[in-house]
Write a protein that binds this ligand. Structure first.
Ligand code: KG4
Ligand code: ZN
Length: 356
């Protein structure tokens, strides 16, 4: 089964073709084309929704053509069209959704509307053939959640952010320090030459429930930056290192306390796994610390390759393939949704009739 995937929920325009073997259930990426709009948004220090939507319109057709060419497949030979229909910026979602609907309608192929977060959540099943269930730490630009992935379409949230998402916190902190957009990778780079112990920073909600809160940490970074102002290169490096360390400590704490909950919920799973997904999962320091926690508790640590952590269309095509394999598809009149929690409904079918 070969599925065309389309992703336009934020500032990456992406199209991909993924093949799923119906016998083994394994997947393969035939093409994965991504065009980042980062340079269009960089002057503003964050994503400008109107600019994003216009940029998607201008390039999406071309990217789909390229994805088909690279995969060496004609559009009539794809088996389904999958597209991100939420959550995300509404203008971008409309562009992707209308394009996917038009292709599905013209080619008479099944149309599958995908929750962007589900794309991130299922990527490891494409890259690592990981069976259900598993524990998932989803850390992206717009979301921060600890989830139990019980089965396709069955997600139980253990904790979520009470204020900012983690990627957003990275981006805002980076901007405060004068680092370029997107902030996450820039801050990680700056932190590499910094001293994480020089500037004391708080760890909000560490040791308490499984929810996250980052606004207090952000404020503490602002205060430290003002005190050290004007910021020299070494100050920026030290604040970045201290910030990254504080985040890592918080994530380690949440993961350590979630592992036993997963074991209790699924006592028969012999080789339990923690998966990290979303753009922030590309952070090497976070990855290596979480890997150690898992090792200590006899959990597998599974993370997608770096390029599949951040937004892409292969994850959307794959999620579409998983649903298609179970005989599920969406109604062609489905509306985009700027908000769409992953654990809102326990079944894919229920969510497909929802209107924005
Ligand atoms: O998943 P993603 O590509 O988009 C959303 O769905 O939100 O995540 C983007 C986020 C941005 O906030 C970006 O700064 C962050 O992921 N990010 C990182 C790193 N690479 C990307 N954060 C920390 N360290 C990184 N290496
Ligand atoms: Zn994402």
């Amino acid at each position: 089964m070969r599925v065309l995937g389309i992703e336009t929920s934020c500032d990456e325009t992406a199209a991909a073709i993924v093949e799923r073997n119906d016998m083994t259930g394994n997947g393969m990426i035939l093409s994965n084309i991504i065009l980042s709009q980062a340079k269009d948004h960089a002057p503003y220090g964050g994503v400008v929704p109107e600019i994003a939507a216009r940029a998607h319109i201008e390039i999406l057709d071309e990217l789909i053509k390229k994805a088909l060419e690279k995969a060496n497949i004609a559009i009539r030979n794809i088996d389904a069209v999958a597209v991100t229909s939420g959550p995300g910026l509404i203008g971008g979602l409309i562009v992707g959704l209308m394009t996917a609907k038009a292709i599905a309608f013209a080619t008479k192929k099944p149309f599958i509307a995908i929750n962007h977060l589900e794309g991130h959540a299922l990527t490891v099943r494409l890259t690592n053939q990981l069976p259900f269930p598993y524990l998932l730490l989803l850390i992206s630009g717009g979301h921060t959640q600890m989830l139990m992935v019980q089965d396709l379409g069955k997600y139980k949230c253990l904790g979520t952010t009470l204020d900012d998402a983690l990627g957003e916190t990275f981006d805002k902190t980076a901007r405060l320090l004068g680092l370029p957009y997107p902030g996450g990778p820039a801050l990680e780079k700056a932190a590499a030459s910094g001293n994480p112990d020089r500037i004391p920073l708080p760890r909000p909600l560490k040791g308490k429930k499984l929810d996250f809160s980052f606004s207090g940490l952000k404020t503490a970074v602002r205060k430290a930056a003002i005190e050290l102002s004007p910021l020299k290169q070494q100050n920026i490096a030290d604040i970045s290192a201290a910030f990254q360390m504080a985040i890592t400590d918080i994530l380690v704490d949440k993961v350590r306390r979630s592992l036993p909950l997963f074991r209790d919920a699924f006592p028969d799973i012999e080789n339990p796994a923690l998966v990290i997904a979303g753009g922030v999962a590309a952070n090497k320091a976070i990855r290596s610390h979480l890997e150690k926690v898992c090792k200590k508790d006899a959990f597998q640590f599974v993370a997608p390759p770096f390029e599949l952590c951040t937004d892409n269309a292969a994850m959307i095509a794959w999620a579409g393939a998983e649903h298609h394999a179970r005989g599920e598809q969406s109604k062609i009149d489905i509306a985009p949704r700027s908000r769409w929690p992953l654990d809102e409904k326990n079944s894919f079918k229920d969510s497909q009739g929802a209107k924005a």
